[in-house]
Design a binder for this molecule. Structure first.
Ligand code: HAM
Length: 414
């Protein structure tokens, strides 16, 4: 009977089959992070609303329209985290991590929440994995986090991936550039879409993302920051590029690349996948040298990325087969059930995956079930205390000594 309840709009259940592909992805990410020295951090699923308003930025779509905000019983405004970077910077400050050897390298994985219009690859509860490298302004740190994501996507075999790279310059350069961009947009107000026109002074960069022809025409002649980078900003960007070149990571410089968060300075990047539709970005990130100061700390340079787990899985579109079980313990006589239970526990303690019938089936039913779950061997306990071991692949069956069960099942190998 179908339930009248359904998962809320924009959310989904991860059923066991899908969970296998997800687990493989999570294992690959955990290994890549561990090998590069990125230790795990976990922060709460909700935070003070003001953290995101301040960190992610008042002008962003995330803060303006997409946050799940609620009041707790004490009248505090809380928000389900829409992203991880602001929370991790909060934790860095709260726990005095500036006293540790810098940079502090952290990785994370978990659910995030944005009240967006759901479509393929865009959900209201989704999962990100990410890494943040806090406390270094060196281009080496930028290159390292880009390489981590690049490695993960290639190790998993995500097809059709392209890396787009840009730079927004330092905070001051970015500020000066935004004034020029606003002037350009104001000069062409009549040709812009209503949405872009209304946001000229709030978030002019978003105009690069617009899909209407009028705005696109105006943006074709707009100044871009990449072409205006100078001094240390230009050197920094050049060095990031050289490091990626040396590592054999190909990329396209995209002077119109924008990201939906306000905190970025200097390097920004985005990995897109041509197997996905409109939501083609599998992951992205950049440098955020002003964020920790913005949250009340000392000026602290940092860089990081986050990738969307569902988008990577969509791009991979693969089924990971169930592992099957090493053994199944069947009983020819109901009187043997307790013994079966004790033996199955013994096998599990020895690291063997084993199941016993929990539905009190007939022997025939148990053998059918053993086959269904992919058991490689079945031990049948007879009423007189003897046992038969059946190899499910060859169909061979022989008498087994349950006193030496482990040896019997592993063929003598430990
Ligand atoms: P973001 O670009 O907003 O960046 O999100 C990162 C990734 O999360 C996206 O590339 C996308 O794959 C996935 N994603 C975002 N929204 C959704 C959604 N509604 N449904 C499914 N997947 C989604 C950040 O969040 C930054 N914190 C990244 C960062 C870390 N920058 C520096 N450090």
């Amino acid at each position: 009977m179908a339930s009248k309840f359904q998962a809320p709009r924009g959310t989904f259940d991860v059923l066991p089959e899908a969970a296998r592909a997800r687990a493989r992805l999570e294992r690959a990410a955990a290994e890549i992070f561990a090998r590069a020295g990125y230790e795990t951090i976990a922060t709460p699923a909700f935070e003070d609303t003001a953290l995101f308003e301040r960190g992610v930025g008042q002008s962003t779509d995330i803060v303006r329209k997409e946050m799940f905000t609620f009041e707790d019983k004490g009248g505090r405004s809380l928000t389900l985290r829409p992203e991880g970077t602001a929370s991790i910077c909060r934790a860095y400050l709260e726990h005095g991590m500036h006293k540790l050897a810098q940079p502090v390298k952290l990785s994370y994985l978990g659910p995030f929440f944005r009240h967006e219009r759901p479509q393929a690859g865009r959900y209201r509860q989704f999962h990100q994995l990410g890494a943040e490298c806090i406390g270094s302004d060196s281009p080496l740190a930028d290159a390292e986090v880009i390489m981590l994501l690049s490695d993960l996507l290639s190790e998993l075999g995500v097809p059709g991936v392209e890396l787009r790279l840009g730079s927004l310059g330092s905070l001051e350069a970015r500020r000066a550039y935004l004034e020029d961009l606003k002037a350009h947009l104001h000069a062409h107000e009549g040709e812009l879409s209503k949405d872009v026109r209304e946001r000229i002074d709030i978030n002019p960069l978003r105009a690069f993302d617009a899909d209407d022809e009028g705005t696109q025409g105006v943006m074709a002649s707009a100044p871009t920051i990449v072409e205006r980078l100078e001094g240390e900003d230009a050197e920094h960007f050049q060095e990031v590029r050289s490091l990626l070149d040396a590592a054999g990571i190909s990329y396209a410089v995209d002077s119109t690349l924008v990201r939906g968060l306000d905190y970025y300075t200097r390097t920004i990047f985005s990995f897109v996948c041509d197997q996905l539709g409109a939501q083609s970005e599998v992951g992205g990130g950049g440098r955020y040298d002003g964020l920790i100061e913005q949250l009340g700390g000392a000026p602290t340079p940092a860089v990081g990325f986050a990738a969307g787990i569902e988008r990577i899985l969509l791009a991979l579109d693969e089924a990971v087969p169930a592992a099957g079980r090493d053994a199944f313990l069947a009983v020819a006589d109901p009187g043997q059930r307790r013994r079966a239970m004790a033996l199955v526990v013994e096998l599990r303690h020895a690291g063997i995956s084993a199941e016993v019938d929990l539905a009190e089936r007939s022997l025939k039913g148990q053998l059918k079930h053993a086959d269904r779950i992919g058991a490689r061997q079945v031990l049948i306990l007879e009423a007189d205390g003897s046992a038969q071991l059946r190899d499910m692949e060859t169909g061979e069956q022989r008498t087994a000594d349950t006193g030496k069960l482990l040896e019997e099942m592993t063929g003598g190998e430990p």
